[in-house]
Design a protein around this ligand. Structure first.
Ligand code: BJW
Length: 234
C-alpha cells in the first residue's frame, strides 16, 4: 500500500511511533501516566507547586533520550525517506518531545508539544538547546536571570506551538496520516475531524490499536509502527 500522490500530506505522530525505539508511551498499561500523576508533572500548576519534582521528571527523560540504546526506528526512517522523495509536500507534526524524527532525517517538522532538548526562560522567553540536567541554579544566557529556566514543553492548559501553521496545512492537505497516537489530547485529537469536515483529504490511522477517534478515519491499519508505517508509505 502507498499514499496517493495527489497533493500535500500532513502526518501527525504520537508516542506510539517512538515506543519501539525504547521510549514509553503515556496511556498504555506500561505508560508514563501509570507511574506518575500528570497533574504533578505536566501542568504549570504542578511546576509552580514543586519545580524540583518536575525538573527531575524531565531530567530523567532527557537522559533516557540521549542513551545509546534509544535510536530512530524503521517508522521514523520511512517518514524521513517520504519527505526526501516528496520534498515540500510532506509536513510532519509531532506531539513527541523526543528528537527521533530529526535524527532519522525529517526536516519539515513541527514539535507542537515542544522539545525535551530545549529550555525556555520564564523571564525573557528565550529558548536554548539543553542536553544536561536542569535545575534552579541555572541561568539564562540571553537575559542573565537565574532560576527561571523550564523545559520547553507544552503542558496541559498551555497553547501548543504552531497552531496557525498546522491549521493552514490541515486546510490544504490531500492526505492526513495519524500515527501512534491515542487521540486523547486536544487539539491534536481534533485534527482528523477538522480534515473530514473540509472533506478534501483521505484520512488514515496507523496505530497499534484503534484510537478514540478511529471511526472518523477513512482507512485504518493496525499494528506496530515499525511494520505498518514503512509498509504504508513505501
Ligand atoms: C503504538 C505502538 C507501536 C503503542 N506502534 N502504535 C476537555 C475536553 C477537551 C479538551 C480538554 C478538556 N479538558 C482539558 C482539555 C485540553 C487538554 C486536553 O486535551 N485534555 C484531554 C486529556 C481531555 N489539552 C491541552 O491542555 C492542550 N492545550 C490546549 O488545549 O490549549 C488550548 C487550545 C484551545 C484551542 C485550540 C488550541 C489550543 C495541551 C496539551 C499538552 C499535552 N502535553 C503532553 C505532556 C507534555 C509532553 C511530555 O511530557 O512528553 O503531551 S500530555 C501527553 O499526551 C504528551 C503527548 O504528546 C500527548 C499525546 O499522547 P500520545 O502521543 O497520543 O500518546 P498515548 O500514550 O496517549 O498513545 C500512544 C498510542 O500509541 C496508543 O494508541 C497506542 O496504542 C499506540 N502504540 N505502541 C504503533 N509500537
Amino acid at each position: 500500500m502507498s499514499p496517493p500522490r495527489t497533493g500535500p500530506i500532513v502526518i501527525l505522530t504520537g508516542a506510539g511511533i517512538s515506543k519501539e525505539s525504547g521510549l514509553d508511551t503515556f496511556r498504555d498499561a506500561d505508560g508514563i501516566w501509570a507511574r506518575v500523576n500528570l497533574e504533578d508533572v505536566a501542568t504549570p500548576e504542578g511546576f509552580a507547586r514543586d519545580p524540583e519534582l518536575v525538573q527531575a521528571f524531565y531530567n530523567d527523560r532527557r537522559r533516557g533520550l540521549q542513551s545509546d540504546n534509544v535510536r530512530p526506528n524503521a517508522a521514523h526512517d520511512a517518514l524521513a525517506r517520504l519527505e526526501a522523495e516528496w520534498a515540500d509536500e510532506v509536513f510532519l507534526v509531532t506531539q513527541n518531545i523526543d528528537d527521533l524524527h530529526e535524527r532519522a532525517g525529517s526536516r519539515n517538522l513541527l514539535h507542537m508539544h515542544g522539545e525535551l532538548l530545549k529550555v525556555r526562560c520564564g523571564a525573557c522567553a528565550a529558548v536554548h538547546p539543553w542536553h544536561d540536567n536542569l535545575g534552579a541554579e541555572h541561568d539564562c544566557a540571553a537575559c542573565g536571570e537565574t532560576g527561571h529556566l523550564r523545559p520547553d514543553i507544552v503542558w496541559f492548559g498551555e497553547m501548543p506551538f504552531g497552531m496557525e501553521r498546522i491549521a493552514d496545512a490541515l486546510d490544504r492537505c490531500a492526505l492526513f496520516l495519524s500515527i501512534g497516537t491515542s487521540g486523547t489530547v486536544y487539539p491534536a485529537a481534533g485534527f482528523v475531524a477538522e480534515v473530514e469536515r473540509l472533506g478534501q483529504a483521505h484520512t488514515v490511522e496507523l496505530n497499534m490499536e484503534a484510537s478514540l477517534g478511529a471511526t472518523l478515519f477513512r482507512e485504518s491499519v493496525l499494528g506496530p509502527a515499525t511494520r505498518v508505517v514503512p509498509a504504508y508509505v513505501e
